[in-house]
Design a protein around this ligand. Structure first.
Ligand code: SAM
Length: 220
């Protein structure tokens, strides 16, 4: 029943507050048709990413974990004319669906998808001299600690880092967890505390994607 309430309230805010966004609706349909797992951010979370990116006045955004491009589109829609999203995806099939969704949204000039394991492609971004204002970490959770180290290296001063799925239905507090996604997030949280340039918090969320949460951090 709790789940029902969360769903209903999330849908209520989606209906009331979010504008019709045909590109996002089309992306979800295309993802479903392609058999892509429905693990994209929810509409209200996507809107949160959009607002945060706008609030920050971000020009360069990095996303780790593209899936079908739902959140990439949310991030790109928040950018000014010269803004760009670089998004990293390991799965070529997902990337090709994302490419279509992004083209359909008219955002192909704003979003660059780089296919490959992110730990292999992140060093290239550094070599290319890329720095980012917003970094959204949303890929394989066991690698979250490594992604955080890269995020710090690739961050402009004052950059915002957001990392999704840090609560995992409460599993985050289980220090004996055998789930390497949980231990990945736990190590990530410990690293946030140790990294002198970072100030962070975590916010629990409920809604259509269940009970979870995200980390919000800035890199000084
Ligand atoms: N950000 C997406 C959204 O909200 O629309 C959802 C991303 S989904 C939760 C995680 C994605 O990370 C999957 O598409 C998966 O294929 C990708 N992924 C997993 N391991 C990866 C790796 N080592 N490098 C890059 N991407 C990876």
């Amino acid at each position: 029943t709790e789940l029902n309430v969360w769903h209903n309230v999330d849908n209520y805010f989606t209906d009331k507050l979010l504008p019709d966004n045909s590109c996002l609706t089309a992306a979800l349909l295309a993802n479903k048709a392609a058999g892509i797992p429905e693990i994209d951010v929810s509409p209200t979370q996507g809107r949160f990413l959009y607002l945060l990116t706008k609030l920050k006045g971000a020009v360069n955004v990095l996303e780790i974990g593209t899936l079908g491009g739902y959140s990439s589109i949310c991030l790109a829609q928040a950018l000014s004319k010269e803004g760009k999203v670089v998004t990293l995806e390991i799965n070529e099939d997902y990337a090709s669906v994302a490419r279509k969704n992004i083209r359909h949204a008219g955002l192909e000039e704003k979003i660059e998808i780089i296919v490959g394991p992110a730990l292999d492609t992140l060093p290239d971004l550094k070599k290319r001299g890329h720095f980012f204002d917003v970094i959204f970490i949303d890929a394989d959770k066991p690698n979250n600690p490594e992604y955080l180290k890269w995020a710090v290296k690739l961050a402009n001063s004052g950059a915002v880092i957001i990392a999704d799925n840090v609560v995992r239905n409460g599993a985050i507090t289980d220090i004996n967890s055998m789930d390497e996604r949980v231990s990945g997030v736990q190590q990530f949280i410990d690293l946030l505390k140790e990294e002198p340039r970072i100030e962070a918090t975590a916010i629990q969320t409920v809604g259509v994607k269940g009970y979870d949460g995200f980390v919000l951090a800035i890199v000084n």
